[in-house]
Design a protein around this ligand. Structure first.
Ligand SMILES: NC(=O)c1ccc[n+]([C@@H]2O[C@H](COP(=O)([O-])OP(=O)(O)OC[C@H]3O[C@@H](n4cnc5c(N)ncnc54)[C@H](OP(=O)(O)O)[C@@H]3O)[C@@H](O)[C@H]2O)c1
Length: 330
């Protein structure tokens, strides 16, 4: 084993331009840890926010971004029983993923099923658990219900489209270009609409025979959220997932009262940390879904490690469709 490895390092909180490749020393493993040869890292919106110091978790530079990876185990620390060198795994962390190697605690990794490639595995779990927690635990989306999915060309939005399809719902989704709407249709949406259309709420109402949708999945925020509340039906469930637009909406409480809908905030990762029983149930369900290849990510852009900054810029310029991945071999 070499005594150093390459990593993409955020050197200042000035965004993707500050990301540089450097060598880092290999450190000895602590008990319960595993060393992984990273084969692919999936990009997430928080990676971009962290390079500006704008995410809720705010590491100080220099730091290695990258919260999702897939790869092969190189070495296991004392006490690690369930994994061995050579095992294909996917893993999550608060950072350090944009690198040739990463060390993770055993609890942060899971088997990468043969149904998923390394790049798909690196882009699978975070979006999948968010879509699962939202549609299953929070909205209890049922077969035959109608859901409006905003930002459906994005990482969590597209996972939500695929999961809603799997659950038998009718899906209305938004995408801001023809190319994005085409990808959303291919992912399983029944109707894809332009979020900038001034008649968006009326069109959604028309598509639902005037009733409005049962569930809204909103990772975008801003004015689009307020438009979406006009398209929700009586007694609906409005899932507050994120604010990719950078704008936090203020929902009119009287409107929620009049239409009897619920505003439901969610944090997929935090829910699992606070509720170990829920986490165990989710892990069991997600293991089966991963094996079946449900929510297989669409990866529109792949970059080598040395272009990690370019990879982050794709997210910043809103060009990604589905996911962006860093691959150690392209
Ligand atoms: N609550 C949770 O547990 C949880 C978990 C994971 C992620 N999140 C949050 O969910 C949000 C989306 O994450 P993601 O990974 O899906 O991001 P993403 O892949 O970048 O997708 C975001 C989507 O939002 C739309 N969008 C609208 N305005 C945008 C803007 N100004 N900049 C970028 N995108 C814009 C884009 O679609 P159009 O171009 O079609 O509008 C884009 O496809 C983030 O805020 C993230 O932090 C929350």
């Amino acid at each position: 084993m070499t005594n150093s490895y390459r990593a993409a390092i955020c050197t200042a909180l000035t965004g993707p331009d500050s990301v540089k490749i450097e060598q880092l020393p290999v450190k000895p493993l602590k008990p319960g840890e595993v060393r992984i040869a990273v084969q692919a890292a999936g990009l997430n919106f928080p990676d971009l926010l962290m390079t500006y110091g704008k995410y809720q978790f705010r590491p100080e530079p220099p730091f290695v971004p990258g919260i999702e990876i897939a790869g092969e185990i190189l070495e296991v620390g004392a006490g690690v029983k369930d994994y061995a060198p050579g095992d294909r795994i996917m893993g999550g962390s608060k950072g350090n993923g944009f690198a040739e190697q990463i060390v993770l605690p055993m609890a942060a990794i899971r088997e990468l099923p043969s149904s998923l490639s390394f790049a798909e595995g690196a882009c699978w779990h975070g979006a999948a658990i968010t879509a699962w927690h939202a549609l299953n635990d929070k909205a209890n989306l049922s077969e035959g219900e109608t859901i409006l999915i905003l930002g459906a060309s994005g990482g969590v939005g597209m996972a939500a489209v695929k999961l809603a399809k799997y659950k038998g719902a009718t899906i209305i989704a938004t995408g801001s270009s023809d190319e994005k709407r085409q990808a959303i249709d291919q992912a399983g949406a029944d109707h894809s609409l332009d979020p900038a259309d001034p008649d968006l709420a009326a069109t959604v109402k028309k598509l639902t025979d005037g009733k409005g949708v049962d569930v809204v999945f909103d990772p975008v925020g801003g004015d689009l959220s307020i438009t979406a509340t006009r398209a929700i039906g009586w007694g609906g469930r409005y899932l507050i997932v994120g604010f990719a637009s950078g704008d936090i909406p203020s929902f009119p409480a009287n409107h929620a009262l009049i239409k009897g809908y619920s505003l439901i905030g969610l944090r997929a990762g935090e829910s699992g940390r606070r509720d170990p029983i829920l986490a165990a149930q989710s892990n069991k369900s997600l293991k089966c879904l991963a094996q079946e290849g449900v929510m297989r990510p669409h990866i529109s852009h792949s970059f080598p490690l040395e272009q990690a900054g370019d990879a982050l810029r794709v997210l910043e310029k809103r060009e990604a469709i589905g996911r962006v991945a860093i691959k150690m071999t392209i």
